[in-house]
Design a protein around this ligand. Sequence first.
Ligand code: SF4
Length: 346
Amino acid sequence: MQSNTNDETVGPPLFTELGIDEEIEDGRDILSAVDYDTNLGISMGQDARKVSEGELSSERFWEKYDEKAREEFGVDYENTPNPAVDHTQDQTIDEEVAENLNCDSCSLDSVAGHENLTTNQAETSENNTQEDSENTDEEGTPRWGMVIDLQKCVGCESCTTACKAENRTPPGVSYNVVMEREHGDFPNVTRTHVPRPCLQCENPPCVQVCPVTATYKLDNGIVTIDYDRCIGCRYCLIACPYGARYFDFGEDYEDEFTIDGETKVAEYGKERTREDTSGHAMKCNYCYHRLERGEEPACVETCIGDARYIGDLDDPDSDVAEMANEQRAFQLREDQGTNPNMYYLQ
Ligand code: SF4
């Protein structure tokens, strides 16, 4: 089954046409159930997007919000160096900072080096991940990127199902959704399916806005969340222009996801329980625990249309880098300045 026809030239889907803008427009709904200041969250989220767009500097952002954040978050904020202020310009967290922060999720092994990752992948053959891992940068650190070929995506949502099964996300949380765009008039109607995980932005507003550095970008391009640091303010849900962040309200499915009375999930190479994740922001991390084992993310592995690819965008010979340079490649909402490590082929 092919989604697109030759009757119409299909351009990059606009987010408004996909209906996502309406879904994430009113941040008050997302913030209303928490004690933290709703207006502050909306203002910080909007300004964090301006930082990504280049309209506001990171330093100016924190000058503007330093006092308010101090009032609102107290010691949680004061004791946390924010990478946007204190560390690298590209918001990557390094080993020293991770150590100072006592980071847990995706912590030092992942931040400092990727020897295990590279070794594991070198042993894994017959998948796109392995091919790309052979050519990492001189430190052995790939920049993980994903490419989705919209001509191949048939909208079956096996990626969504695989993601839920792999990450055991709670009710109402789906790291990977498939949006639909229908265009044309009967009988010349076409439909495009656009899967949307977290796009692992190079300039992530979700990282900029976090007042306690619970979310940060690793030097391999993956934006991660440390559940031990996250205070559940949800400001990152406002900042993300793609609606890719969720909040774990602690709801659970009944028996099907329960092991020994507790739902467990592997995230960032560590087994986590519902207690770990409840009350925190959540999102896709390209199945980092699988990458560490030399496996593809669940959505890539299960895609029946072979529409999804994962690899090292910094390796010019990798499949994903070559595809990202194709004429039909585009990023979602390029106007946002987020520069996602996620490309679509129209
Ligand atoms: Fe952050 Fe992912 Fe949203 Fe980008 S798509 S702003 S990295 S949550």
